[in-house]
Design a protein around this ligand. Structure first.
Ligand code: NI
Length: 200
């Protein structure tokens, strides 16, 4: 398979596997991350094949989908080996994916990892980010808002403060920073309006 054929094959595997995933990590999240990554890479000097491949598989082993256990390395390796990809490429993909996660707090060490991280984070903010925040909160049994408790994981609104409002300043690339500005402002306005409606 040439590079294009590999990406097509990976895309159709991810589509089959994630189409009906209900926590906000569904196929269309992953597709948006790939689209974001393509946009960001236009202004960067990075390997497009590596970026796209890592973006397609970045959520395969996410702990949120595997009872709190991160299975990224194991599942990505098994899957990419089944496509006959060579070990050094698989290692590069694993390295990128291991640096993408917010909860692990890793700083990317390559431009490819910076791009995939930005692409994933852009999908966590703005209107889509708001929708995903409540979808994920619902899937874990969180309530929307708790005026009496602002501790971590107490409600989906709290998640804006714990993570989503911080993402704008954590973007690596210029392109992602610019896109993040608008999405951040939209989220701020949303939370303001939410408080107004609940008289908080
Ligand atoms: Ni993701």
């Amino acid at each position: 398979m040439n590079k294009n054929e590999i990406l097509k094959e990976v895309q159709s595997y991810i589509r089959k596997t994630f189409l009906e995933e209900g926590t906000g990590h569904d196929y269309f999240h992953i597709e948006r991350v790939v689209t974001n990554a393509r946009k960001i890479i236009e202004k960067e000097n990075a390997d497009p094949f590596l970026v796209e491949l890592a973006a397609w598989v970045h959520d395969i082993g996410d702990y949120k989908l595997h009872d709190g256990v991160d299975k990224s390395k194991e599942l990505i390796t098994t899957y990419l080996e089944s496509l006959g990809l060579d070990e050094s490429l698989i290692n590069q993909v694993n390295e990128i994916v291991s640096q993408v996660s917010y909860s692990k707090g890793n700083k990317p060490t390559t431009i490819e990892a910076e791009i995939v991280q930005d692409a994933d984070r852009l999908d966590a903010i703005g209107a889509v980010g708001i929708a995903r925040c409540f979808a994920y909160g619902g899937s874990t049994g969180n309530i929307l808002f708790n005026p009496e408790d602002n501790s971590k994981n107490a409600s989906s609104i709290q998640h804006f403060y714990d993570k989503l409002f911080k993402l704008k300043d954590l973007m690596n690339t210029k392109t992602a920073k610019a896109i993040a500005e608008e999405r951040h402002a939209y989220m701020k306005g949303f939370v303001q309006q939410f408080y107004k409606e609940v008289n908080f």
